[in-house]
Design a protein around this ligand. Structure first.
Ligand code: ADP
Ligand code: ADP
Length: 229
């Protein structure tokens, strides 16, 4: 299970942007989280991806409480959690060819021998041709770069995937291709998904269930995971 319990987070402790959020994703489940721009979805996604320390609350990954959050997620956790952000140009090192971008997590975890096979397989899965793999980020489109970022997020075969507005900047056909690549990976691996976004049609089609931000960021409202008193 991926479990968030009563998470409050923000950028100064007096005015949290995430308030008392509780939600769970079961193994293999795809959960959408829908909310308008600016409501705090990315902040919650970064808390879940171990990149932003919450002010209070608990995050459990397969029963283990998380104790460390860092600007860069602890390496060991990247085999557990894969993350794709909205803006691939902020997430991708501009110096790396796409092939090295995808391979970097394998290199960083001492699994160089897996690089040729895994990069080839993932490039095909996300629809990147060999000529694109040789280019650097400024030589490809946003959609092509996001395909590489998704491949990078999958290369350590994480049990959980967090997609934060993964397709918000992309056209319909690239969106469909990336969602299909995620779903193929999930079908093969049994990974769970938290997909954050503002497009209800997309999340409803993609996910097993869609949660609405206003029902989570409770304050006085009822938490969906708890019985009404
Ligand atoms: P969403 O993903 O729903 O658009 P965000 O989590 O990005 O929402 O932002 C929620 C609120 O937190 C916004 O008011 C935003 O301006 C603020 N915020 C986001 N990132 C930062 C930051 N690094 N420093 C200060 N405030 C931030
Ligand atoms: P390091 O160079 O210390 O190994 P990382 O490889 O952990 O640093 O981080 C490199 C990039 O990967 C950063 O831009 C970071 O935002 C992103 N990142 C962090 N956590 C994850 C994750 N769980 N999955 C995928 N990418 C991540």
């Amino acid at each position: 299970m991926l479990e968030l319990h009563d998470i409050t987070a923000g950028y100064d402790s007096r005015t949290p942007v995430v308030r008392n959020v509780t939600l769970t994703v079961a193994p293999g489940e795809a959960v959408g989280l829908l909310g308008p721009s600016g409501c705090g979805k990315s902040t919650l996604a970064r808390v879940t991806a171990l990149l932003h320390r919450p002010d209070s609350g608990t995050l459990l990954l397969d029963g283990e409480p998380v104790r460390r959050w860092r600007h860069r997620a602890p390496r060991a956790h990247r085999t557990v959690l894969g993350v794709v952000f909205q803006q691939p140009r902020l997430a991708a090192d501009p110096r790396l060819r796409l092939t090295d971008l995808i391979a970097e997590p394998l290199r960083a975890t001492g699994r160089r021998d897996e690089i040729p096979h895994s990069v080839g397989e993932l490039a095909a899965a996300v629809g990147l041709t060999p000529d694109l793999l040789d280019r650097r980020p400024h030589e490809v489109s946003d959609g092509q770069l996001q395909r590489a970022c998704l491949a990078r997020a999958l290369v350590l075969r994480p049990r959980w995937l967090i997609c934060d507005e993964m397709t918000a900047m992309l056209d319909a056909s690239t969106t469909a291709a990336l969602v299909a690549a995620v779903e193929n990976y999930r079908a093969a691996s049994g990974a769970g998904l938290l997909a954050v976004g503002h497009d209800q049609l997309l999340l409803d089609r993609w996910c097993d269930r869609t949660l609405h931000w206003d029902d989570l960021a409770v304050g006085a409202k009822t938490k969906p995971d708890q019985p009404t008193r």
